[in-house]
Design a protein around this ligand. Sequence first.
Ligand SMILES: *Cc1c(COP(=O)(O)O)cnc(C)c1O
Length: 240
Amino acid sequence: MTEHSSIASRLTHVKDRIRDAAIRAGRAPDSVRLLPVSKTFGEEAIREALRVGEHRFGENKVQDIRAKHDLLTECDLEWVMIGHLQTNKAKDIARVAAEVQSLDRMELAIALDRRLQQEGRAIDVLVQIKTSSEPSKYGLPPEELSGFLRTLVHDTPTLRVRGLMTMAVNDANDQAVRACFRALRELRDRIQGEAIEGIELSRLSMGMSGDFEIAIEEGSTEVRIGTAIFGGRIYGDAPL
Ligand SMILES: *Cc1c(COP(=O)(O)O)cnc(C)c1O
């Protein structure tokens, strides 16, 4: 990262790379959406992205979404939860999140739905699928998806299922990474073929800074990018 690079210029560069990857894959350049991931970055970084047109940000911790939502209320931003979500945090998410991409179990769906009903809201959700055997990765086992969706349709009316999300294995081997993305797309195609009433899985959220070009080749409709836009993360106290 040079001292001249700004969040604005890195955003432009990432968008160019997304477009190029889509075109190389024979896809429409606007068929892949960018979700900037602002986790660990504070108000200034988010305001800089906002100045160049970003209004929707991914975060992986409930307390950070809550803090940033409260800090930037006047900006009318959309907060997207992409991290592992504890059931006892459902209330905060129901209040401040525009969308959840990390829905991975029924207990959480029920808790979210109950809190959303209390808030009088409905939100879009993606079901996070475990596409690798890495123990650190969360997600619903692929073989459980069909039954999961059939239950969701009946039991959680405030959750509008829009697609699937995954994190690829953390591996230097592109083929292993690609296999995760391909597995997600094939799972989607298979379940779409079951034509479950009320379920439409048009969105595939897959690809991060290190692997988004592969994800686009495999059909991603949304890449979640942090480091390539905001720079390296320093963990510890959130710089709010
Ligand atoms: C942090 C995070 C990202 C972004 O990762 P980068 O490698 O910084 O682009 C994407 N998805 C999830 C679920 C994350 O937690």
